[in-house]
Design a protein around this ligand. Structure first.
Ligand code: MF3
Ligand code: CO
Ligand code: CO
Length: 253
């Protein structure tokens, strides 16, 4: 049973507002990603910036989560808890930001380099970003959900990376997570038909090694089972009659 909500024009305006805020915060905090800063300091900057714009950090309180962002370093895939960890030259840092304003949510993530990173890491990050772009290109009215999933997986396959199979993208609106689940693997032409007015958070997670994951004893941080590097990018997009509109675009992308 799939019940993918079609947003009204009024709802779309509200989602757009939340998305502009998270995009701005991700860009600003991304600039602070440097050797020597702790992940809790990055989170604090994000929290303040979200609130300054009149929004709430929507991750706080979500299933008991207590921070404005998820910050996942190197072999951490997603849901890294901000803390005392100090970033070091060569790390890759996936920052995920969510906010709610006027009752609607935005959600976006990107992987940032800390100083100079290895060619291996840079290649992973580049392909994860292009996997997201390939998925977004398929987010058109008349296509099927599987077209998005297959496009993401295809980029990962071509590049020789695995995609995480147990975590998904999602619809988004009043709730941070709405239907449908958006796997990063699947078959073209399968799954529900996409329609104008759907708002989706598409979020590939690519690993250099295998697809298997493990959750740390903190109950949140998801890491690659083989400790290989992982990258995560996420945009909230709107399907329009004319094609996908990326609502969380950052000016500097
Ligand atoms: N932002 C994550 C996602 O992309 C969800 C984070 S939930 C939290 O779906 F509780 F960990 F913050
Ligand atoms: Co997110
Ligand atoms: Co998301």
């Amino acid at each position: 049973m799939s019940q993918i909500l079609i947003k009204s024009l009024d709802e779309i305006e509200k989602v757009k507002k939340a998305c502009r805020i998270v995009a701005k915060v991700l860009a600003a905090v991304g600039k602070k990603v440097k050797a020597g800063i702790s992940t809790e300091d990055l989170d604090k900057i994000a929290d303040e910036l979200i609130r300054k714009q009149g929004a709430e950090p929507v991750f706080i309180g979500y299933r008991g989560y207590r921070h404005a962002t998820c910050i996942s370093v190197n072999e951490e895939i997603v849901h890294g808890i901000p803390g005392k960890k100090i970033l070091q030259e060569g790390d890759i840092v996936s920052l995920d930001v969510g906010a709610k304003i006027g009752g609607y949510c935005g959600d976006t993530a990107a992987t940032f380099p800390v100083g100079k990173i290895s060619r291996k890491a840079a290649r992973l990050v580049r392909f994860c970003k292009s996997a997201l772009q390939a998925g977004i290109r398929q987010a058109r009215a008349g296509n099927h959900l599987g077209d998005i999933s297959a496009a993401v997986k295809n980029v990962a396959d071509q590049a020789g990376y695995s995609v995480v199979r147990e975590l998904y993208g999602h619809g988004i609106g009043k709730d941070l997570h709405e239907e449908p689940l958006i796997p990063n693997f699947g078959n073209p032409g399968e799954g529900p038909k996409l329609r104008a007015g759907m708002v989706l958070a598409i979020e590939p997670m690519l690993n250099i090694g295998g697809w298997k994951i493990r959750t740390l004893s903190d109950g949140w941080t998801v890491v690659t089972a083989d400790q290989s590097l992982s990258s995560h990018f996420e945009h909230t997009i709107l399907i329009t009659e004319k094609g996908p509109e990326i609502l969380t675009l950052r000016g500097n992308e």
